[in-house]
Design a protein around this ligand. Structure first.
Ligand SMILES: NC(=O)c1ccc[n+]([C@@H]2O[C@H](COP(=O)([O-])OP(=O)(O)OC[C@H]3O[C@@H](n4cnc5c(N)ncnc54)[C@H](OP(=O)(O)O)[C@@H]3O)[C@@H](O)[C@H]2O)c1
Length: 158
């Protein structure tokens, strides 16, 4: 249906150690600790990142900050870049502006809520009741409203 054939790799985000850099790549070398994500248009790339070795484009790869563990980095690169790309680069969120984050307990939602707060936004997190506590770690106000049938809004302030 998609036109793609098996074997098909899965996964976009990655963190790891450079095994080998192509000859035309600058700024990255074997042994570097890196993180990044594959171009979604590649459908996860020829391998996908759920693999021991990943063929990654240099433009989607950078040195991993020492303060971020490899495990955290592997979970953060795609969702973090999505949140930054929308909130900081596309809509250019300004301090004091209000942001509603649906799916606030999900990957993108968790990143978007925290990026919005860091940019000075007034964030309302929208999540299903079982997941409100997870949102409370970054939207620490008390639940403010409820919306049927299964979600509740958690109003976080800056
Ligand atoms: N992950 C990435 O790197 C990435 C990058 C760009 C775009 N995206 C897109 O962003 C979206 C979210 O991705 P994700 O990785 O954050 O997914 P995720 O971690 O699975 O989170 C999905 C979120 O959506 C909520 N949700 C599911 N069904 C819902 C419904 N019927 N009504 C309201 N909320 C609902 C979930 O809430 P419950 O847990 O309560 O069900 C959860 O909070 C997807 O469309 C994805 O394609 C993802």
């Amino acid at each position: 249906m998609t036109g793609r054939k098996f074997p098909r790799g899965a996964g976009f985000d990655f963190a790891g150690t450079v095994a080998q850099a192509a000859s035309d790549v600058t700024g990255l070398a074997a042994g570097d600790e890196v993180w990044g994500f594959l171009d979604g248009a590649q459908g996860g790339g020829p391998t996908g990142t759920a693999a021991e070795y990943v063929l990654a484009p240099a433009q989607g790869t950078s040195l991993r900050p020492r303060t971020v563990s490899a495990v955290d980095a592997a979970a953060l690169s795609g969702v973090g870049a999505s949140a930054l790309g929308v909130l900081r680069d596309a809509i250019r969120l300004r301090p004091g502006e209000r942001v509603l984050v649906p799916g606030a307990n999900g990957g993108v939602g968790t990143a978007a809520g925290q990026v919005a707060r860091a940019l000075g936004g007034r964030v309302t997190a929208l999540a299903s009741p079982p997941h409100l506590d997870a949102c409370a770690t970054w939207a620490p106000s008390r639940p403010s409203t409820t919306t049927p049938p299964t979600s509740a809004a958690w109003g976080g302030s800056t």
